[in-house]
Design a protein around this ligand. Structure first.
Ligand code: PMP
Length: 439
């Protein structure tokens, strides 16, 4: 049967509705570079990168070659039987790329969620404490434990509630979430977030019972908010003082996404455990934790593993990606493209016709988000849907129709973010929304 005959009605009927998706009327067939093609023959500019995964674009020849060569050598070299060549080679390749030489002991898994689970296991095994502190707005996965650590949206635990005990969310220094104006200084946001953390230690769990603090250095699913350096430094100090392990979830912000290999490099703060996935293997299922050896060394042999853990194809893809990062100076490209993107988005933020819609433009490198104003006053909702929203994300272009002023009534304009994403889709661009603020 040709791909064009595959039916979305069939897919929607027989694939769980629990998978939310940007478009349920499309079936993606293939990709190349920044583009994907759907079975109906249409071509799309892929700004989703498979949710921050395809760091070298789709079908990069170096990845294809590495996976093909590995496929011919050995596909499944199970790591609880003997060391796997591809695994050992990848550790050799990744070690010098880590943000600090102290992060030297690796474990590979298949998904970001699994890596998060393992980071928590390692931390708890090290200090035998019950509590896990996470940030409000965090996303750490959809497995049983990680969905309890995820606080970005209630949908991630819909129907089953908080699955495990001992998880304590604390505010991230994010203005909207703290009900502060968008221009609040990072210093003030940091102070506010830290005061909540010290309150948590007094009201809910004493610091000496906390095993680890798990933080996304750039809050991803919760709103694309880079953590201020002073916040990460303060967390490091708290952890050092209280014997808590600091865990950075770089699943989304790692591997060049922010213009450095890892976002923590901007602050110089070194975590005790770093979690990685997504860009690590460009779409092959691979994730990892790397820890300072003192925290990993007491893991009992057999306590870690998994049938497909660190599978050879994914490891080969990852090593090839690291070569391309160097050969093609990928980080330089991220920073150059980032400057272009910010220039356009800042022009929209400051532009007469769009500034009333845009609350904040933020991010680092190519991990960039746009937050829309929750209240647009005194502009009518209809003018936003028909005109400005589409202009707000089309680089270099103004809105197709100017907003109509003159409505005295204060209007709650909801869902601007998702309307913008829908408009992008209509124009042939795949884009994602995050957070609960105006989406
Ligand atoms: N942590 C972060 C920061 C993520 O963004 C994600 C995925 N969006 C995960 C963990 C979970 O990764 P996975 O979907 O591969 O389980």
């Amino acid at each position: 049967k040709p791909a064009s005959e595959l039916s979305t009605e069939f897919a929607n009927k027989h694939i769980t509705p629990g998978i939310g998706r940007v478009a349920s009327d499309l079936i993606i067939e293939r990709g190349k570079g920044s583009w994907v093609w759907t079975t109906d023959g249409r071509k799309w500019l892929d700004f989703t990168s498979g949710i921050g995964v395809t760091c070298l674009g789709h079908a990069h020849p170096a990845i294809t070659a590495a996976v093909t060569a590995q496929l011919e050598k050995i596909v499944h070299s199970q790591v609880n039987i003997a060391h796997s060549e591809a695994y050992v080679r990848l550790v050799e390749r990744l070690l010098p790329l880590m943000p600090d030489p102290s992060l030297d002991t690796f474990f590979f898994t298949n998904s970001g969620s699994e890596a998060v689970e393992n980071a928590v296991k390692v931390a708890k095994n090290y200090n035998n404490r019950r509590g896990i502190v996470v940030m409000q707005g965090s996303y750490h996965g959809r497995t049983y434990a990680t969905s309890a650590m995820t606080t970005s949206k209630t949908v991630y635990s819909a129907g089953f509630g908080t699955s495990i005990a001992g998880i304590y969310p604390t505010p991230f220094p994010y203005a909207s979430q703290l009900h502060m104006p968008a221009d609040t200084s990072t210093e003030d946001l940091t102070k506010l977030a830290l005061s909540h953390l010290s309150l948590l230690f007094k009201q809910q769990i004493p610091a000496h019972e906390v095993s680890c603090i798990v933080v996304e250095p750039v809050l991803g699913e919760g709103g694309y908010v880079p953590a201020p350096a002073e916040f990460l430094k303060a967390l490091r100090d708290v952890c050092d003082k209280e014997g808590i392990l600091l865990v950075f979830d770089e699943v989304q912000c790692g591997f060049g996404r922010t213009g450095k290999m890892f976002y923590s490099e901007y602050s110089g703060v070194v975590p005790d455990i770093q979690i990685m996935a997504k860009g690590i293997a460009g779409g092959m299922p691979l994730s990892a934790i790397v820890a300072k050896n003192e925290f990993m060394k007491n893991q009992k042999p057999g306590s870690m593993g998994g049938t497909y853990s660190g599978n050879a194809l994914a490891c080969a893809a990852s090593a090839a990606i690291m070569d391309v990062f160097e050969q093609e100076k990928i980080l330089d490209n991220v920073n150059a493209r980032s400057a272009q993107l910010f220039e356009t988005l800042h022009a929209l933020r400051d532009g007469e016709e769009t500034k009333h819609l845009i609350k904040d433009v933020r991010g680092k490198g190519l991990m960039v988000g746009l937050e829309f104003e929750p209240f647009v006053e005194p502009i009518t909702a209809s003018s936003i849907i028909s005109g400005s929203a589409s202009g707000a994300i089309k680089p270099g272009a103004g809105p197709s129709s100017a907003p109509q002023h003159g409505t005295a009534e204060k209007k709650r304009v909801k869902d601007i973010g998702s309307r913008v994403a829908k408009k992008c889709l209509e124009k042939g661009m795949l884009i994602l929304t995050t957070s609960v603020f105006d989406v």
